[in-house]
Design a protein around this ligand. Sequence first.
Ligand code: NDP
Length: 453
Amino acid sequence: MTDRTDSPYDFDLFVIGAGSGGVRASRVAAAHSARVAVAEEHRVGGTCVIRGCVPKKMLVYGAHFAEDLEDAQQFGWTVENARFDWKKLRDTVLDDVTRISGLYTQTLGNHDVTIFDERAELVDEHTIKLSGGQTVTADKILIATGARPRIPDCPGHELGITSNEAFHLDELPKRVLIAGGGYIANEFAGIFNEFGSTVTIINRSDRLLRGYDESVRDRLLQISTMKGINFRFNAEFRGIEKTDEGCLRVSMTNHEDMEVDCVLFATGRVPNVEGLGLENAGVELGERGEIKVDRFSKTNIDNIYAVGDVTDRIQLTPVAIREGQAFADSVFGNKPTTVSYDCVPSAVFSHPPIAAVGMTEGEARNTLGDVKVYLADFRPMKNVLAGRNERGLYKMICDGNSGKIVGIHMIGPDAPEIMQAAAVAVKAGLTKDDFDATVAIHPTMAEELVLLK
Ligand code: NDP
């Protein structure tokens, strides 16, 4: 513990942004005896809790009932008069978001972190001005302001929505067009499709989910198409206009115009750096508008740090949390810590979900040359019984010389749940032989991982 009572500053640490990274950093720094304040202009919890991972996953659960109810008949159940009430689900989800945000706020309070419910802006390297007019000083400053949806610069873009608004819709759109082919596009396509909307994804390239393994992406495209989701590739937005009937007419390159009721932009996220006064403190930005940091999350200014999406390293909540923790331990806990960005597992909560860790087959071939690939292409037992013609695909990629596993890629029910455990093995550098030496749990889907041929 450090005695900071003689500090000339109001706080030892001032955090801007109470999202995943900011909250973790605040709490841990406070536990290391720092006097901490955090400013949040919206709600404590940030993108993940308020308008991202958490409410999205709840909608995914809600959406999945559509298929479960359909499949139930094959398992002997008669489900009569099943109806879906969007407002009921929406409000349940929003209530839970409020509950979780409250817990985050409580945690900060329990650690004596001062919360300013307002916007903060740097005046200089140590001075912060709050939108209410108050000015405070801090020894260290952490920027954890996250990112926001990128909206294409086309005529009528203001007629579209982003994932931020999708959680608050008054009605489910009958026809929805989703721009983008990444995480958010595929997750919301699955959600809206299960709720009965007609969904079209339009993407500027001919590939979904860049960065994921090709076999798994192809399988998602095939299953999504089978479920009724429409795709238009090589389509760049030209514009949106409102028709006399109140619909939205969307024009794009290489395809005919489309009329829909809702346009959702899911075309990536840009770091939130505007209006923070970063220029007043001389904080440097990178080419993508991100705050440039070193491996200890320190900016070019000695006392100013940044973590999470605003640094655009890997835009994932658990990564931001680790960066926040590492920052607080390094700077206030006397324990220099960096984050390992190697083998970070990830998932797309599409229908069915995808999960991955490590290199894709293409990356492995380019990096290692000699690789061995093992595949399991199977129909999960539940799908067989339900008469659902949806196959799962598991793929393991190993270094051809050492047998070390360098990547695992999966699509199928519960793939993210299974991957979390498998990722431990990949991170630990285990081999295919280690997997083979492990007895299967039968009958499961996960057993395919230890039975790969
Ligand atoms: P992604 O980066 O996943 O995908 C962006 C998509 O938009 C790509 O298909 C990209 O095409 C396209 N695109 C990018 N710029 C433009 C443009 N100017 N005009 C038209 N299309 C464009 O972004 P998302 O918005 O889906 O998600 C943002 C981030 O949030 C993700 O990268 C992820 O890190 C995180 N996230 C994670 C989730 C999870 O962990 N399950 C869930 C949701 C979000 P192209 O491939 O050609 O570049």
